[in-house]
Design a protein around this ligand. Sequence first.
Ligand SMILES: N[C@@H](CCC(=O)N[C@@H](CS)C(=O)NCC(=O)O)C(=O)O
Length: 191
Amino acid sequence: MITLYDADRCPYCARVRITLAEKGIEYETVEVDLDDRPAWIYEKNPLGRVPVLEEEAFVLPESVVIDEYLEERYPEPALWPADAAERAFGRLLVFRFDQVSKPYYALRREEDGARERLDAELAKLNAVLAARPYLSGREYGLADISYVPWILRARDRLGVDLRPFGALAEWLERLSARPAIAAELDVVASL
Ligand SMILES: N[C@@H](CCC(=O)N[C@@H](CS)C(=O)NCC(=O)O)C(=O)O
């Protein structure tokens, strides 16, 4: 059995929740209080952060690494495209994810200019999605899963208007029809 050390409010955990749901993997959750982290979480992850995935004696932190592990260990349904170039482009987006997360967290901290910087990054994602239906390529996959928790939270928690970014807004609507993402929408609504 898989155990996910999880926190509802954590978008990194959401990446893993979505991947587990998409692959139909059964797991149990241990909710970690991020405001009062238990000492034992440092035994699972020396950085003290969630998510952490545990499968038997195997313990793995870091959302991107966990998602790659799940993709290899549970290959169906595939969440990376078969085409190597498409896969590489999706991975490049995941690799450069900080370009979006930095202004996102700056906006959460209400820093000057953060909204403009986030909008500039949303415009870049919008341009990608104007040319292809998904960040992962022709099919939905791990690049989409890597970004969607923050885009959802930007819209629903930080009040970011996605309407100026038509392709991005349509992408989010398309994704929201998937049960794994709809479940995450419920999590965000409950925060
Ligand atoms: N790079 C990590 C980041 C995980 C992360 O920052 N998680 C936050 C919650 S959203 C956390 O545990 N924060 C506690 C801390 O930073 O001390 C990942 O991708 O899993």
